[in-house]
Design a protein around this ligand. Structure first.
Ligand code: AMP
Ligand code: ZN
Length: 156
């Protein structure tokens, strides 16, 4: 994608501070970090969000490489001496996504820092048990629909 800032970084058209790279993914420092050591883990394929990642066997290696790189960078943050690490990933503007190339934030956390607001439990409340059950059912139905759609696509 010619107008994508992360594709440009991957093509080395604009600079970045890379901390890990293999054939499928790269991890570089966020230019505007939430915490020192804040890294973005990025697939080399241009997919805007998780919803755009193909489910098929052909992309399994890239999906595995992406998940493994997130695991690796979180583990490395702890190995490097940070006390904790958050993994954050945004899909769509409504979720706060500002760069339309799929990425995972790995954010090291020092001991004794405040828990970041985005990870605060209790920020939302269900009105009652019925609403909780309805939301769960909506998600179950959506999971079933996606699985059925992907199974049908795999069978074609
Ligand atoms: P998100 O809000 O999840 O889309 O996050 C996008 C992140 O990309 C932000 O944290 C930005 O600071 C970061 N970012 C934008 N441009 C660059 C760049 N050229 N190099 C490194 N990080 C960047
Ligand atoms: Zn891109």
């Amino acid at each position: 994608m010619s107008d994508c800032v992360f594709c440009k970084i991957l093509a080395r058209e604009i600079p970045s501070t890379t901390v890990f790279e293999n054939g499928a993914v790269a991890a570089f420092l966020d230019v505007n970090p939430m915490e020192k050591g804040h890294v973005l883990v990025v697939p080399k394929r241009h997919w805007p969000t998780l919803a755009d990642v193909p489910a098929g066997a052909a992309e399994r290696e890239v999906r595995d490489a992406l998940a493994d790189a997130v695991r690796l960078l979180a583990k490395a943050a702890l190995r490097a001496g940070w006390a904790g690490a958050n993994v954050l990933q945004c899909n769509g503007e409504a979720a706060g996504q500002t760069v339309g190339h799929l990425h995972f934030h790995v954010i090291p956390r020092p001991a004794g820092g405040a828990v970041p607001p985005a990870f605060e439990s209790g920020a939302a409340r269900y009105a009652d048990d019925a609403e909780r059950a309805a939301v769960a059912e909506k998600l179950r139905a959506a999971v079933a629909a996606v699985l059925a759609e992907e199974a049908a696509a795999a069978a074609r």
